[in-house]
Design a protein around this ligand. Structure first.
Ligand SMILES: Cc1cc2nc3c(=O)[nH]c(=O)nc-3n(C[C@H](O)[C@H](O)[C@H](O)COP(=O)(O)OP(=O)(O)OC[C@H]3O[C@@H](n4cnc5c(N)ncnc54)[C@H](O)[C@@H]3O)c2cc1C
Length: 341
């Protein structure tokens, strides 16, 4: 099928795009990479009289080191368990493609969780066109970037006729495929805090086929208390901040707050055992009350897969934080974990 007819607009600036959105109101939709919107249009699950293409809008692309800067109107406390100031940060324009993020040495070194999540998104053809702004605005509960944004306390920047806003990721995902964006608001960029000191990051997911959306996934960020960690490795350190972002396990991306609370302040050297990792996997599932049941299986199956991916991601992240080693677990290992129940 082909999309219903629409009028095409190609504004050159963010201000022009926002003006068009306000003027054309309900009949208009922004389009970035088109990797989520075009299938909906082509299948006629959605139709709009006007499409506003963001590809020619200047200033929406790029990955920049913004050491010490913080978006206006956002306080310095991160929303994550254990808190922490913003310090160094990396700004990514909303029109930056997933492929550009995957290739970026700056993203790899300063926002490793985001970089490690990127190859798990669809296929390279999709990542070549799909954008970080589109992924966050589309807000699929099974997508990787929204969960990473939650785990890193990212700040989402917007522009509307009323001016600019900076929205903490924790307040951005409001329901099934819905966000805090107003109808006339453009997502312009995202700022990720970049942790200093000893830290570990890992993303694990289980999908039925490579490139599919995950049945369940987890993004784990652990930061150790540098002052207590002192020596050549992090075994003596305490966990200063822990964030576990979950995807595919509810109507929105989620944080596993109860599991995070178990580890913040604890001795990192005692958290690398298999038993501890499995305990975190179970704790992360304990307070989930809206796990979907669908063609992949009932909620109970998804929870088992969820516990397995959290366990696997926890192992890799804590190993990296404590010892600097990044272990790798494949889906087969996650299968075994899920079977173990
Ligand atoms: C086969 C296939 C497999 C996929 N697998 C995965 C996967 O495993 N994981 C995953 O995360 N994603 C996956 N995707 C989706 C992909 O990541 C999309 O690129 C992404 O979700 C949307 O980005 P986009 O730039 O293409 O947005 P578009 O499709 O252009 O837009 C999506 C929505 O966001 C809005 N929007 C876009 N940009 C802005 C902006 N700057 N401000 C406000 N609103 C905006 C649009 O109006 C629209 O509502 C897959 C897609 C396909 C087709």
């Amino acid at each position: 099928m082909k999309p219903a007819p629409f009028e095409y607009h190609a504004p050159a600036s963010a201000e022009e795009a926002v003006q068009l959105l306000a003027e054309l109101a309900d009949g208009a939709k922004l389009i970035a990479g088109g990797q989520s919107l075009v299938p909906l249009l082509a299948l006629r699950l959605a139709s709009f009289e006007h499409l506003i293409d963001l590809r020619k809008v200047s200033g929406l692309r790029g990955i920049e080191d913004r050491a010490g800067s913080l978006p206006d109107s956002v306080g310095s406390e991160g929303a994550g368990s254990g808190g922490g100031g913003f310090g160094e940060s990396v700004w990514i324009g909303s029109g930056t493609t997933e492929a550009a993020i995957g290739r970026s040495p700056l993203a790899a070194s300063k926002v490793p969780l985001l970089a490690r999540a990127t190859p798990l998104i669809g296929h390279f053809q999709i990542r070549n066109r799909g954008t970080i702004g589109g992924s966050l605005a589309h807000a699929d509960a099974a997508a990787e970037y929204p969960a990473v944004a939650l785990a890193l306390d990212a700040v989402i920047e917007t522009l509307s006729p009323r001016g600019r806003r900076a929205i903490p990721a924790g307040e951005f995902f409001t329901g099934i495929w819905s966000t805090a964006l107003e109808p006339d608001e453009l997502l312009t960029g995202v700022t990720f805090r970049s942790p200093g000191g000893r830290a570990g990051f890992a993303v694990e997911e289980f999908a039925r086929r490579p490139g599919d959306f995950a049945v369940a996934g987890a993004a784990v960020a652990i930061e150790l208390d540098a002052a207590a960690g002192g020596g050549a490795d992090g075994r003596d350190a305490r966990v200063r901040r822990c964030a576990i972002g979950l995807f595919g396990l509810g109507p929105t991306p989620l944080r596993a707050s109860a599991a995070e609370a178990v580890v913040v302040g604890g001795a990192a050297g005692e958290m690398g055992t298999d038993a501890f990792a499995r305990g975190i996997g179970q704790a992360a599932m304990a307070d989930l009350d809206s796990v979907p049941s669908d063609l992949h299986g009932p909620a109970s199956y998804r929870k088992r897969v969820g516990a397995a991916v959290v366990t696997a991601a926890w192992r890799r992240a804590i190993n990296e934080a404590v010892g600097g080693a990044v272990g790798y677990l494949h889906s087969e290992t996650i299968d075994e974990e899920a079977a173990r129940g």
